[in-house]
Write a protein that binds this ligand. Structure first.
Ligand code: NOJ
Length: 762
């Protein structure tokens, strides 16, 4: 007790230091925190220090495989001995208070725990899955959505979220594409920043913000063949130009923590990868936060074939710069001996612990360890009407209109007979998506409920067919319904009598996410057959897709007149979809990831290289880079999405002041030439024609969301600098080179509207 009071004394008194008068408030705070951290560190024994580097999962929920050592009795024992620095998957004020109380009141030093949680797209009020949010290209709304998630977590005892995932991926087979921002590093960086700002706000110690975590460092989205946890082998150019940029952006945005990744990168598991963590992250980028391992990833270096046993795995992880061990139980078991044997220098332990304690100070936990544990606040904040309004707004903006032939949409509000078909149409669980650990099951608004809000039409519902069979859950495999078609007839019957048919097909929420890789991207199970059966009796179909990854929907794209990409949109899903179908919201989303025609085209991405044989040299000649049985192009490209109105681009110009000011201004006129008010995401792409290493055919380098009333026009401007024109070479060195560029502007990555630009030698 005496010691705890002493800590409190130094922690509080070291705030008053007149020598810091001339420093900015932020610097003052940070140097005060550094001093307080040092004071605490000086009191700690080696095992207490290592305890801070140890993170345990809670006692009930799991988000990974639990090893035999993970029994509750041992965890409680370690908590009491001050051998735990953080816990994850503990949620709710009461649960958190219970464990925090042990750390604060029963341990020698009373150091509070950081409580981590996978609040990936919401806590109890669930936002659209991150891939869907990315489709909005609306950074401010994405920031607000993260803010809601942070406020609900912080009100529920949590102070650290394992988000945003900023892994770029070009492979829709990988289930975790649902958790990222898609295939593009420029868009991915902006979205990562928006989400970090939303989670962290300006003040980590506020009771409505949480620390964020940029993950998974690095390369996790490039797993071979899209199989989760698989090997990653990429060259320097891909690493620096595609994989790293969103992590750099996250670091610049002040993200509090990084998480490393399960994969090996070019032969070395990321968790034991000193190049990634010590040289790049903590070296070149001078990152001051801490790195948590992914779940059990220190121990997984053994099956990777990189460590012989737990001792060696712990050694490699600490040497490589992994500061906290999530659920491997190896730091706590091995680090002390490794220090005693002089295999690990104590300075490495001190550095890791400093980083961890610093965050505890920044979160305000030393001042009040129970500050996130206010029951009244929890009741007031979680699931509030305001939070639902934010996620509804986010959900509407995440919807992408893929096709609308014959102006089938928007639906008329009166006098129509509408048939609504598909198990997903009445599903209240699936829209919550994959990472929705705190949400109440079946708490989303279904499409059926959303459409019932428009009583002017006659609405009939038939399930048609189930997507899956049996119970579904976050941790277990799903079983697809491949034979039960008993509901087809009822669906066909209601379709026959309808003016229009809305079919909601796709994946259930748990078909994507961690460990959910697939080899087929077709509509799962019997849904394609159902679609075709209904089409035979009534082709006036509006297909609403619910899915967490790009799907191959060639037949639908050819035959179905209207297709709406509605992802897994969270708690307010049905309201958002109905509002778009009925035209109360004019869709404005654009795809953040290419939709392939065939799984065989993967990896498929718009910013690919040209090859030496990009076009057919003469009719019927095979010697060019192509497939004999499929087009090269995607079915729907990155950046693509329609509106109920139309937009026209004209007057593309360049003002080249690169020599004088280092700037090039690109201007284009945009007109809303259709008959609805609407929003367009204006996209700018660059193509560096000749360079010391080959450059992609197009790279997104600018975007702006423009709202225009029907008939209205606006001039949109972008500024290009060395930052947009340059690239990293094969040595990881930044270069801007003189030469010719094409500047493309338009409403998708397939825009052909371009102007040329030449950068002269300086
Ligand atoms: C493993 C996942 O890869 C990671 O993203 C997540 O945050 C942790 N499990 C904790 O649940």
């Amino acid at each position: 007790m005496k010691l705890k009071l002493f800590i409190l004394f130094i922690v509080l008194t070291s705030c008053n230091d007149s020598s810091t008068n001339t420093m900015s408030k932020k610097d003052q705070n940070s140097s005060q925190i550094d001093r307080r951290v040092d004071s605490v560190l000086s009191l700690m024994t080696l095992s207490e220090k290592i305890g801070q580097m140890n993170q345990y999962n809670g006692f009930w929920e799991v988000t990974g495989p639990v090893p035999a050592e993970g029994d509750a009795a041992k965890k409680y024992d370690h908590l009491k001995k001050g051998l735990v620095g953080s816990m994850l998957n503990i949620k709710g004020v009461e649960e958190v208070r219970r464990v925090q109380k042990i750390a604060v009141e029963e341990t020698r030093l009373g150091i509070p725990l950081i409580i981590g949680f996978d609040g990936i797209h919401g806590y109890k009020t669930i936002s659209p899955i991150p891939l869907a949010e990315a489709a909005s290209w609306d950074l401010e709304t994405i920031r607000k959505s993260a803010e809601v998630s942070a406020a609900e977590m912080a009100a529920s005892g949590i102070n650290w979220t394992f988000a945003p995932m900023v892994d770029i991926s070009r492979d829709a087979r990988w289930g975790r594409v649902m958790e990222g921002a898609g295939e593009d590093p420029f868009l991915g960086s902006l979205i990562g920043i928006a989400r970090i700002k939303g989670f962290q706000g300006d003040d980590l110690s506020a009771t409505n913000t949480v620390a964020a975590c940029a993950k998974h460092f690095a390369g996790y989205g490039f797993s071979e063949s899209g199989r989760d946890y698989n090997t990653v082998d990429v060259g320097t150019s891909t690493l620096f130009n595609t994989i790293f940029p969103p992590f750099v952006a996250a670091k610049e945005a002040g993200v509090a923590t990084f998480m490393n990744s399960f994969n090996e990168l070019n032969g070395i598991p990321a968790t034991g990868n000193a190049y990634l963590q010590r040289d790049i992250l903590k070296g070149d980028w001078d990152y001051k936060g801490f790195v948590v391992s992914d779940w059990g990833s220190i121990g997984e270096m053994i099956p990777h074939g990189y460590a012989e046993n737990g001792r060696e795995a712990a050694l490699k992880a600490i040497l490589a710069g992994s500061d906290m061990d999530m659920e491997s139980y190896l730091y706590i078991a091995e680090l002390e001996k490794l220090v005693e044997e002089n295999k690990v220098d104590i300075s490495l332990i001190d550095d890791a612990v400093r980083r961890i304690l610093k965050l505890k100070f920044e979160l305000g936990l030393f001042d009040d360890p129970y500050k996130y544990c206010d029951l009244e606040r929890e009741k007031a904040v979680v699931n509030s009407k305001e939070n639902h309004d934010v996620v509804l707004d986010m959900a509407k903006k995440s919807i992408v209109l893929l096709k609308n032939e014959g102006q089938l949409l928007p639906l008329k509000k009166e006098g129509q007979k509408i048939a609504l078909i598909g198990a997903l149409a009445s599903d209240k669980n699936s829209p919550l998506g994959s990472w929705r650990l705190a949400a109440a099951d079946n708490s989303a608004i279904s499409v059926l409920e959303g459409m019932q809000q428009y009583p002017g039409n006659e609405l009939k519902y038939a399930k048609g067919a189930d997507v899956t069979v049996g119970e579904t859950a976050f941790i277990s495999e799903v079983t697809i319904n491949t034979d039960d078609k008993s509901g087809f007839q009822e669906a066909v019957n209601i379709a026959k009598k309808a003016d229009k048919v809305v079919m909601v097909l796709g994946e259930i929420g748990f078909q994507t996410g961690e460990g959910r890789s697939v080899t087929s991207l077709d509509l799962p199970g019997v849904q394609q057959e159902l679609l075709e059966a209904v089409f035979k009796v009534n082709p006036n179909i509006i297909l609403v897709l619910n899915n967490g990854r790009p799907l191959t929907i060639n037949w639908a794209a050819e035959h179905i007149p209207a297709i709406v990409e509605a992802w897994h949109l969270g708690s307010e899903s049905g309201h958002a979809i109905a509002q778009v179908l009925y035209g109360d919201y004019n869709p404005s989303g654009k795809l953040p990831m290419s939709f392939p025609r065939s799984v065989g085209q993967i990896p498929l991405y718009y910013n690919h290289k040209n090859t030496g044989r990009p076009t057919i040299p003469a009719p019927n000649l095979v010697f060019w880079s192509h497939y004999g049985d499929e087009d090269n192009d995607p079915l729907y490209p990155f950046g693509y999405g329609l509106s109920y109105t139309q937009f026209e681009y004209s007057n593309l110009q360049i003002v080249d002041e690169f020599a004088e000011k280092g700037e090039i201004t690109v201007k284009v006129d945009l007109q809303n030439s259709g008959s609805y008010d609407g929003k367009e995401v204006v996209q700018l792409y660059l193509h560096d024609l000749i360079a010391t290493i080959t450059r992609p055919v197009k790279e997104l380098k600018g975007m702006e969301m423009v709202a225009l009333a029907k008939g209205e026009s606006k001039t949109v401007q972008f500024v290009l600098t060395e930052k947009e024109l340059g690239f990293y070479d094969n040595n990881g060195q930044w270069r801007t080179e003189a030469g010719k560029f094409e500047v493309f502007v338009g409403g998708s990555s397939q825009t052909k509207y371009k102007i040329e630009l030449e950068i002269k030698q300086q």
